[in-house]
Write a protein that binds this ligand. Structure first.
Ligand SMILES: Nc1ncnc2c1ncn2[C@@H]1O[C@H](COP(=O)(O)OP(=O)(O)OP(=O)(O)O)[C@@H](O)[C@H]1O
Length: 267
């Protein structure tokens, strides 16, 4: 999928050679929301790639354009300048709120996502069953979302996102509303499933420790308008712990750079 500044979205006709092409390529992208006196320059000249299977966390001060970046990569909005290439097609998205349909069961929510992508009934059932078992919700498949805790709802949302088997997952603060203990468990789940299934992940967060816990690479955006100002690889062996000295040291380094960035902009 290629999204251009004129809003055209083109599905690539030829299957991509994923071994050599990035899973996501954001090329000199700018985004202005609104017009005239109300115009807000959210992003300015962002260039960023995510390699196949890579886990990239984007951090930055509030309002720096992280969610805007994800909505552009998702194809929900068009860039004002530049291009975005996602050769594997439309990515799956997960948000802070589970966005489950309240009138459907947990299994029904996962199956509906598959139905909308043209997956036949028998395969929908099987994939939903397998995914709900993988996120430890097998016993809750027939419950409705309001009967679940916040953490369980996000597990269901994760199952729905993974069920689509897209080569790219976009995650916008998916665990931001959860308590620390639940978030820690969801990090373990996500890391395990990501390693088993191997999608590229572009994960937006305010939480620098979360980024150090999950990422292969952390990208720091400047205060608005967002630009890539710094990035670092995270080579700590997996599985990781959020309270390990290695994770704490990386988080401290990223926090120092983030503070510097916010100070520079008078935040
Ligand atoms: N549809 C829109 N119309 C006008 N302005 C917008 C729109 N969407 C976002 N903005 C503005 O663009 C800027 C970037 O917003 P965005 O939500 O992308 O930032 P963010 O880094 O995700 O913020 P936060 O960390 O607080 O969630 C903000 O100033 C926001 O108010």
């Amino acid at each position: 999928m290629t999204t251009r500044a004129d809003g055209t979205v083109r599905e690539d006709a030829r299957p991509p050679d994923d071994a050599v092409r990035p899973a996501v390529a954001v090329n000199a992208v700018g985004k202005v929301h609104g017009r005239g006196g109300n115009a807000v320059v959210a992003l300015d000249g962002i260039t960023l790639t995510v390699e196949p299977g890579e886990f990239v966390c984007v951090v930055g001060a509030s309002g720096c354009g992280k969610s805007t970046l994800l909505s552009l990569v998702a194809g929900l909005d068009a860039p004002t300048t530049g291009t975005i290439d996602v050769p594997g097609g439309t990515p799956a998205l997960m948000f802070q709120e589970s966005a489950l349909f309240p009138w459907l069961t947990v299994a029904g929510n996962v199956e509906l996502a598959l139905k909308l992508h043209g997956v036949g009934r028998a395969e929908r059932r099987e994939r939903a069953r397998e995914l709900l078992a993988a996120v430890h919700l097998a016993d809750f498949a027939r419950r409705r979302p309001h009967q679940l805790s916040g953490g369980m709802r996000q597990r269901a949302a994760l199952a729905r996102t993974l069920a689509l088997r897209t080569p790219v997952l976009l995650m916008d603060e998916p665990f931001g509303a959860l308590d620390a203990m639940t978030r820690d468990l969801l990090h373990d789940e996500l890391e395990r499933l990501w390693r088993q299934r191997g999608p590229a992940v572009l994960f937006v967060t305010h939480n620098v420790r979360e980024a150090a816990r999950l990422a292969d690479r952390i990208v720091l955006l400047s205060s608005r308008p967002g630009r890539v100002v710094w990035q670092t690889r995270v080579d700590t062996p997996r599985p990781r712990r959020i309270d390990s000295p290695e994770t704490a040291a990386i988080a401290a380094d990223v926090t120092a750079r983030l503070r510097e960035e916010v100070r520079r902009h008078g935040g």
